[in-house]
Every structure is written in structure tokens, then in C-alpha cells.
Write a protein that binds this ligand. Structure first.
Ligand SMILES: C[C@@](CO)(OP(=O)(O)O)[C@H](O)COP(=O)(O)OP(=O)(O)OC[C@H]1O[C@@H](n2ccc(N)nc2=O)[C@H](O)[C@@H]1O
Ligand SMILES: Nc1ncnc2c1ncn2[C@@H]1O[C@H](COP(=O)(O)OP(=O)(O)O)[C@@H](O)[C@H]1O
Length: 273
């Protein structure tokens, strides 16, 4: 079985309070971004053990800690799965605030559920996904949601950005999620995100913020420079995604996002949501 785990964008992100479990409560709107990896999941050949082949962008850390294998191990422990043969071709930049690893994990859970006919509901798969990372559960639903608590409890959102031209720019800065959180002081949001997101996209520039962007831009000025460039090129809304360092611009009403002159080494995704 071949699946294409996608990435996500955060529209707004407010870190509202510290939790007793060490995590932070947050509020954000998550939307799927069709920048994808490729993941193949097959039953292992007779006599072979479970394996994961990795191609594409190198992933930091031991392959044994890859979220695809961790997803397999979670289900294996409860359903006594037969050995599987996995192949991940990595395309989505890592540590970019695009949730690429989380998407791989959730798509692995979904693919294993189907391949081995486990008959688990989306709700059950969401609970497994939560154990792999705060962002993972979103990718089981994989449609626009208002997310809160650890970013793993959802309300469906009527937001529809289908067809909106979008440009995502990754300047190659790997900012770890834990480091990014350490820069932010939790506080009550100045705007109600659910109300703001229901207003026309052109108003978001004044009403929707990402707390990580405000905290990280003084340390990484390039984030502000990319955002300025996106607005200068006509974006109706531009923001850091998640904890960065990818910055995106939305260009409603345009066929394709504009071309920008960017330094070599930046990775860019141009397309429609
Ligand atoms: C910031 C966000 C916003 O969507 O996305 P990314 O920028 O990573 O894509 C998410 O909260 C990232 O979720 P995820 O990447 O799954 O984080 P996890 O593995 O669960 O946690 C990594 C670390 O981030 C911190 N963390 C994460 C989530 C949360 N609600 N509070 C936290 O304090 C903790 O320090 C934790 O040890
Ligand atoms: N399949 C995977 N793809 C990407 N990263 C992975 C994967 N499995 C484990 N990881 C680990 O997760 C970390 C961050 O993952 P990623 O989802 O790309 O970050 P972000 O949520 O910031 O976009 C990486 O540093 C990497 O070591």
C-alpha cells in the first residue's frame, strides 16, 4: 500500500497556559498542506523481520526512533501484527513547523489499520496518534480544525481554503519544537481565533498571530524578512507555520503564487491548498 503523508499549516497559534504535565495549552487552526512524503507499507516477505528503508531528505536521529516504526510498534503491541516492510521517501523539510514527521506517523497508523484489517475507528487511531506526538492526531482527520489543549483536541472548522494559491518558504533553519516553546511566555490571546478565522482572509493580517513568530523573529531575523517579502509580493496573509522555520503566504484569487528571488538552499513549495 502506497500513501502520501501530507504536511500542515497553522493559521494562528496562541500559547495560552502552562500545563501540569509540562506541555502548554494552545489554540490554533490546522489545515492540510499538500506537500507530501511517500510511504509504502507492505507485509514483510516470509521469514523477514519488520524493516524501514529511508530515502530522500536525511532524517536526524536513529532510524529505530522514526515515527513510522513507532506507529508500527504501538499497533503491534495491541494487535500482534505480522512483520511489515516500510519504505519512507522523505520530501517535507524536517523541523520546519510543517508537522511532516507527525503526518508520517498518522499515515502509518492508517495504512497499517487498513493493510492488516484491524477495523479500528478514526477515534481509536486518533488516540494512538496522540501517544506519538501532539500534532499527530490532526493527520487522522486531515481537514481544517480548531485545535486546543495540547493541540490534540479538535473542533471541526467550516474554513475552506480549497484552491487558494500558497507559497511555503523553508530557509533551512532547524528550530526544535522544544526550543521554540522555551522562548514563549504563555498568555491570553488578544483576539478570539475562532471569530477571527471566520472573517474574510484579508482581515487576518490584523487579527491572527502566531506567538512563536513574535518570540523567534528577534533571534532569527530571516523569518521577518521572508514574511515582508511575501507581503511585498502580494500575499493577503503571511505567517510562520507552527514553531517554524517555514513561513507561508496565501494569495487568494491568483492562479499561482508569484516567483520570488530567494537565496540558494531555501526550499519552496508552490501550489494550491
Ligand atoms: C508547535 C506545533 C504547533 O502545531 O507544531 P510544530 O511546529 O512542531 O509543527 C505543535 O505544538 C508541536 O507538536 P509536536 O511536534 O507533535 O510536539 P510533541 O512531540 O508532542 O512535543 C515536543 C515538545 O514540544 C513541547 N510542547 C509540545 C506541544 C505542546 N502543546 N506543548 C509543548 O510544550 C514540549 O516541550 C514537548 O516536549
Ligand atoms: N518520519 C519522520 N520524519 C521527520 N522527522 C521525524 C520522523 N520520525 C522522527 N522524526 C523526528 O522528529 C523531529 C521533527 O519532526 P517534524 O515533524 O519534521 O518537525 P515539525 O513538527 O517541526 O515540522 C525530527 O527532528 C526527527 O528527528
Amino acid at each position: 500500500m502506497l500513501v502520501f503523508p501530507n504536511a500542515k499549516l497553522n493559521l494562528g497559534l496562541y500559547i495560552t497556559s502552562q500545563r501540569p504535565d509540562g506541555f502548554r495549552n494552545l489554540e490554533s487552526v490546522f489545515v492540510p498542506l499538500p506537500w507530501t512524503d511517500a510511504l509504502e507499507v507492505l507485509p514483510a516477505p516470509a521469514g523477514a523481520a519488520t524493516s524501514l528503508a529511508l530515502t530522500g531528505i536525511p532524517i536526524p536521529g536513529e532510524p529505530a526512533t522514526n515515527l513510522c516504526l513507532r506507529a508500527y510498534e504501538l499497533l503491534q503491541a495491541d494487535f500482534n501484527l505480522p512483520p511489515a516492510q516500510l519504505h519512507l521517501h522523505k520530501v517535507v523539510p524536517i523541523g520546519a513547523g510543517l508537522g511532516g514527521g507527525s503526518g508520517d506517523a498518522a499515515f502509518a497508523l492508517r495504512a497499517l489499520n487498513e493493510l492488516f484489517d484491524l477495523k479500528q475507528t478514526s477515534g481509536v487511531l486518533e488516540n494512538y496518534a496522540r501517544r506519538l506526538g501532539s500534532d499527530c492526531a490532526f493527520f487522522i482527520r486531515n481537514k481544517p480544525v480548531f485545535a486546543y489543549e495540547r493541540g490534540d483536541v479538535f473542533e471541526d472548522s467550516s474554513l475552506d481554503l480549497t484552491g487558494v494559491a500558497c507559497k511555503v518558504i523553508y530557509p533551512g533553519l532547524h528550530i526544535s519544537t522544544a526550543e521554540a516553546y522555551s522562548h514563549v511566555q504563555p498568555r491570553t490571546p488578544r483576539h478570539d481565533l475562532r471569530t477571527a478565522i471566520s472573517q474574510p482572509l484579508e482581515t487576518w493580517r490584523d487579527t491572527i498571530r502566531n506567538d512563536f513568530e513574535d518570540a523567534l523573529t528577534p533571534h532569527y531575523p530571516v523569518l521577518g524578512e521572508i514574511k515582508t517579502q511575501l507581503y511585498a509580493a502580494g500575499a493577503a496573509y503571511a505567517s510562520l507555520s507552527g514553531s517554524g522555520s517555514a513561513v507561508y503566504g496565501l494569495f487568494p484569487g491568483q492562479e499561482t503564487p508569484p516567483k520570488l528571488a530567494l537565496p540558494a538552499g531555501y526550499q519552496v513549495w508552490d501550489g494550491r491548498l
